[in-house]
Design a protein around this ligand. Structure first.
Ligand code: PEP
Ligand code: MN
Length: 368
């Protein structure tokens, strides 16, 4: 059983070494994750006897799985916040990433990007490298897709979230990308996780199709162990016996991730739903059960999408989605928002009062 020992921030190097030596003597092994975070595999009572009495020890706790850095105990129960552009995943906020499954072409991405921004989305997603079950299916535009993502960031101001399949693509990706997505199929690609741990780019780690909650947190631990603290977990549905939808959205995992880890957790309703009509209900469920945000596939012309068109929410329905999740997230205790109609009211006020704060593009003002 992993047991961690949290030391006071003011502990000296000598005090840290003293605690580590006592743990080593009683338990055989000690891992020093940071000056104030130590862990070992032992019994809680043994560790507590060894160091619990020291004044530099704040907390001795048992962790559910072997993920001391990701554990909720490592931050004494305080959830962490991961910044993405002007938005952030963390307490009090509800962050929406939206965009096409794949970057299909220039016009599609710019159109969707503007729709996401205008509906109040916080970040634009779009795959340039696509993990496809069939090697003959569209694999993404690759480097050209990255150039288009960089352009979409420039023209919309939205941060970009895109999937990394291969560590060899990272040098080309890093200048164009604000958050690197690890897809469900790569959740236990440990070489990839280790490499992402060396970076300081935030990582969106999707839960594997058949991965347990603890296996997901241990995958996150690989990234944290390298020193990259900006990890967000994504519940995107798991494989079960049920064939009524593409994957079973394990909504119950959201509060359990929160019980066990300080990392933010968002939900992908699209890949679980498999069909457009189910996306908004699942997104609302995510907001209701305490998720820190969602990542949703949307397309201006779903029928023409090169990947996952069947589950893409038409961009025309983004305001309905975002207003819905913002309202539900508020009921669930978050100060997310404003909704689209509140923003429109504010813009209308600015126009009516001739507020010098700046002109408001008329196309963005919706009169009711
Ligand atoms: C995606 O986000 O388009 C994707 C492939 O997701 P997942 O890895 O969850 O299947
Ligand atoms: Mn997809």
């Amino acid at each position: 059983m992993t047991v961690l020992v949290v030391l006071t921030d003011s502990s000296t190097r000598n005090e840290q070494q003293q605690a580590a030596a006592l743990i080593r003597r009683s338990c055989g092994e000690v891992r020093e994750h940071s000056p104030s975070l130590l862990s070992t595999v032992s019994d809680l009572a043994v560790v507590d006897r060894a160091v619990g009495h020291l004044p530099q020890v704040r907390h001795v706790a048992r962790v559910q799985g072997d993920y001391p850095r990701a554990s909720v105990q490592s931050r004494m129960g305080r959830p962490s916040t991961v910044a993405l552009g002007e938005a952030a995943f963390g307490p009090g906020q509800f962050t929406v990433i939206a965009g096409p499954c794949s970057v299909d072409n220039h016009d599609q991405l710019m159109e969707v990007g503007h729709a996401v921004r205008d509906a109040g989305g916080h970040a634009l997603r779009g795959g340039a490298f696509k993990p496809r079950s069939s090697p003959y299916a569209f694999q993404g535009l690759g480097r050209r897709g990255l150039e288009l993502l960089a352009e979409a960031r420039r023209v919309t101001g939205l941060p970009i979230v895109t999937e990394v399949l291969d560590v060899r693509d990272l040098p080309a990706m890093l200048p164009c990308v604000d958050m690197l997505q690890v897809g469900a199929r790569n959740m236990q690609n440990f070489a990839l996780l280790r490499e992402l741990g060396t970076l300081r780019t935030p990582v969106l780690l999707k839960r594997g199709l058949a991965a347990s909650i603890d296996e997901t947190l241990m995958a996150a631990e690989y990234i944290l162990d390298g020193g990259n603290t900006d990890v967000v977990i994504c519940e995107r549905g798991i494989r079960t016996f049920e064939t009524g939808y593409r994957f079973t959205l394990d909504i119950g995992a959201v509060p359990v991730f929160k019980e066990r880890s300080h990392l933010p957790i968002i939900v992908d309703p699209s890949h679980a739903a498999g069909e457009t009509a189910r996306v908004i209900p699942l997104a609302l469920a995510a907001a209701a059960c305490g998720a820190d945000g969602i990542i949703v596939e949307t397309h201006s012309d779903p029928a023409a999408a090169l990947c996952d068109g069947k589950q893409a929410l038409p961009t025309s329905r983004l305001p309905e989605l975002i207003d819905g999740v913002v309202n539900v997230a508020r009921v669930a205790g978050r100060t997310a928002g404003p909704t689209m109609s509140e923003r429109n009211d504010r813009q209308r006020e600015l126009v009516l009062t001739g507020d010098p704060a700046g002109t408001v593009a008329s196309a963005r003002v919706r009169w009711r």
